[in-house]
Design a binder for this molecule. Structure first.
Ligand SMILES: Cc1cc2nc3c(=O)[nH]c(=O)nc-3n(C[C@H](O)[C@H](O)[C@H](O)COP(=O)(O)OP(=O)(O)OC[C@H]3O[C@@H](n4cnc5c(N)ncnc54)[C@H](O)[C@@H]3O)c2cc1C
Length: 430
């Protein structure tokens, strides 16, 4: 049995925020110490604001230390779907934001000197069906025409130059994407935010918040496990872990489990055969697999093996399901040892889009749907700009934020087994 442990956390000492009393008031309170919250904290502290980050567990405890470390361009929905839903102009701006988001990670990594193995490896999407491959050409053509961005479609007979597997019908490469070690990155973000003057308070869950004016100034009273405090503005950056402290947002977020296994270190020739260009790889299914080599040459293989968020049971079950999935893709890994398995929670909105905005005066950015390493970092920066300057050009703030159909959701995702079955069927038929 593999160890139930996050491999990335074995590669870094996470910074521990020194325990300090909660300030009575602050300019901006940020809830959640992941990529969104810490990137916003860093940008706001750089502008001279007093910033307090409240984290119910520890720095990077959420999805930000648990993910595959794929720094990806694009959004969860395909471009043609985006255009038909949101129109050309808005889609163009959203796509530009997704490209810019890779640059914003790279800039922060370089400016803050974060040692996190950031490399522009490019990403490879692989087609599980001929139909999916046929769509790649259409997507690449739209992206080139509308966004002036080049993707490379790789037919099946040339796919061996990209991946050491014969089960796919072809692929599509975006050279702009990158890979990094997410735990090192989130640790570095926290250290940079603290260095710049932000305060992080670990093990301090926000329990509730209300509007409250003080000395004629509008703001919010925050009730936390360590007492109450007041902030002029609040940013919710709780992603898939959004809970009852912010019930209006909780009702709009579906928490979905995603799980990862990591093998022992592979011999160099084998690693090179499996992923000759060291790409960040994912397939074209709804119930998708994503995989890559770690910087020390292990195979990291992830997927939605169980739809429910991580528990000891879903993690154990996932280890075996993912091992089987990995062997389907790479039969040569049959006898390789799986050393680590863990899970985390993704944040899906009902329209599969990320959202940023203000609800009852409270700022939020979430709903990254498994595309959050770059976008969460970028949204943190954009939210900081909005809070500091009072206006924003963030295209994600311009799209409607739907709740559950017929309002049939109170934050308890009773429909997850149905959704899981639905997507499995969809993968058979489409
Ligand atoms: C297994 C897995 C693999 C993934 N792989 C990729 C990938 O390869 N590429 C990619 O782009 N994206 C990936 N993602 C998605 C990506 O990790 C997330 O979108 C991103 O980390 C979200 O960052 P965040 O800061 O918004 O949220 P998180 O990192 O989840 O942070 C939210 C924090 O809020 C805290 N919190 C919640 N409620 C409260 C409260 N009331 N008070 C105080 N604190 C609170 C939580 O403890 C948590 O630490 C993956 C996700 C998972 C789970």
């Amino acid at each position: 049995m593999p160890e139930e442990q996050n491999f990335w956390l074995t590669t870094v000492q996470m910074p521990a925020a020194p325990p300090q009393p909660l300030p009575e008031k602050t300019d901006i309170a940020i809830i959640g110490a992941g990529f969104t919250g810490l990137s916003a904290a860093l940008a706001l502290a750089k502008r001279g604001a007093r910033v307090l980050v409240l984290e119910s567990q520890t720095i990077g405890w959420g999805a930000s230390s648990r993910n595959g470390g794929m720094v990806l361009t694009g959004l969860k929905l395909g471009v043609n779907q985006l255009i038909s839903k949101f129109g050309r102009d808005l889609t163009r701006r959203m796509y530009a934001a997704s490209l810019e988001s890779i640059g914003s990670v790279e800039r922060i990594v370089s400016e803050e000197n974060i040692i996190c193995d950031f490399v522009r490896t490019g990403h490879l999407e692989v087609a599980c069906k001929q139909l999916h491959f046929d769509d790649y050409a259409r997507q690449a053509e739209t992206i080139a025409r509308e966004f002036n961005h080049q993707l490379c479609v790789v037919p099946r007979d040339r796919l061996r130059s990209e991946i050491g597997s014969d089960i796919y019908y072809g692929g599509m490469v975006d050279e702009i994407s990158a890979g990094l070690n997410p735990a090192r990155y989130v640790a570095g973000l926290a250290a940079a935010a603290t260095r710049t003057g932000a305060q992080i308070s670990e093990r301090t869950p926000l329990q509730s918040l209300q509007r409250e004016s003080r000395n004629g100034e509008r703001g919010f009273k925050l009730n936390t496990s360590r007492g109450t405090m007041w902030a002029r503005a609040v940013l919710i950056a709780t992603s898939g872990y959004t809970g009852p402290a912010t019930p209006a947002l909780q009702k709009k977020i579906i928490p979905i489990g995603s799980f990862i296994i990591v093998t022992e270190v592979l011999p160099e020739p084998l690693a090179r055969e499996l992923s000759p260009r060291n790409r960040q790889i994912y397939d074209s299914k709804n119930y998708l697999y994503y995989f890559r080599l770690t910087p020390d040459r292990r195979m990291l293989f992830g997927g939605r093996a169980a739809f429910f968020p991580e528990t000891a049971q879903t993690i154990r079950k996932s280890a075996e399901l993912l091992r089987r999935g990995m062997i389907e893709v790479y039969p040569r890994l049959r006898d390789v040892k799986i050393k680590y398995v863990w899970g985390g929670t993704l944040d899906f909105c009902f329209d599969l889009m990320p959202h940023a905005g203000q609800l009852d005066g409270i700022y939020f950015a979430l709903g990254y749907a498994g595309h959050g390493v770059a976008m969460a970092t970028y949204q943190g920066q954009k939210m900081a700009e909005w809070i500091a300057e009072g206006e924003t050009d963030n295209p994600l703030a311009e799209i409607p934020f739907p709740g559950a159909p017929l309002g049939l959701y109170n934050g308890n995702p009773w429909f997850l087994p149905l959704a899981g079955a639905y997507y499995k069927v969809l993968d058979w038929i489409s």
